[in-house]
Unconditional design. Structure first.
Lengths: 111, 113
């Protein structure tokens, strides 16, 4: 499975756009990129998944360059409630298999 | 809504005890996972099951075993609990074909004294 690298932590202020970048240099041709969000004392929850270019949903956008060796999760106009740990995962999850999490990025949103 | 239910939210056990952590999902998912989460270490996969009676080791299987006799239930077993197994344990499930996302339970905070 492709190894991922993310910043350990990030700080932001309410109302700002936050971009969290994940590096995955060894991504395989059929791998998908998935992001999860975890609040304290809760299990992670799925945010967004993509294969290439850009994906947007009601929560976030995911930007994937042509070489797919990195991806960026974009959170528009964050609020205090977006304070959480964000995990980037890469793998052939659409065909089942182990789901391996890295250390994640701890995002702290301040007033 | 998909529901993944873990049998206990908090659990305190003594060193050497055999501990069972139970997880049940109600969406007929083939895949089920057990993780532990410790500060600074993220989520680490203990075991993964892709079908009844099938299992694969994750990154940290030592000291643990699992049982999946029915599709909806995945049990994590600590054969002889030790203090270094004090942790938050999270169960998850997901489809096998067309897998997009895993659904997590609320977690079991296990303390071994």
């Amino acid at each position: 499975l492709a190894k991922t690298t993310q910043p350990i932590s990030m700080d932001s202020y309410e109302g700002q756009e936050v971009n969290i970048t994940c590096s995955h240099n060894n991504i395989a041709t059929n791998d998908y990129i998935t992001w999860y969000q975890q609040f304290p004392s809760q299990g992670p929850r799925f945010i967004i998944q993509g294969y290439k270019t850009k994906v947007t949903n009601e929560v976030a956008s995911l930007f994937i360059p042509a070489d797919r060796k990195s991806s960026t999760l974009s959170l528009p106009r964050v609020s205090l409630s977006d304070t959480a740990v964000y995990y980037c995962l890469v793998g052939l999850y659409n065909q089942g298999g182990k789901l391996i999490f890295g250390q994640g990025t701890e995002l702290s949103v301040k007033p | 809504d998909v529901k993944v239910t873990q049998s206990s939210r908090y659990l305190v056990k003594r060193t050497g005890e055999k501990v069972f952590l139970e997880c049940v999902q109600d969406m007929d998912h083939e895949n089920m996972f057990w993780y532990r989460q410790d500060p600074g270490l993220g989520l680490r996969l203990i075991y993964f099951s892709y079908d009844v009676k099938m299992k694969e080791k994750g990154d940290i299987p030592e000291g643990y075993s699992v049982s999946r006799e029915k599709k909806e239930r995945f049990s994590l077993i600590l054969e002889s609990a030790s203090t270094n197994q004090t942790s938050m344990y999270l169960c998850a499930s997901g489809l096998r074909e067309g897998f997009t996302e895993a659904f997590f339970g609320q977690g079991t905070r296990l303390t071994v004294v």
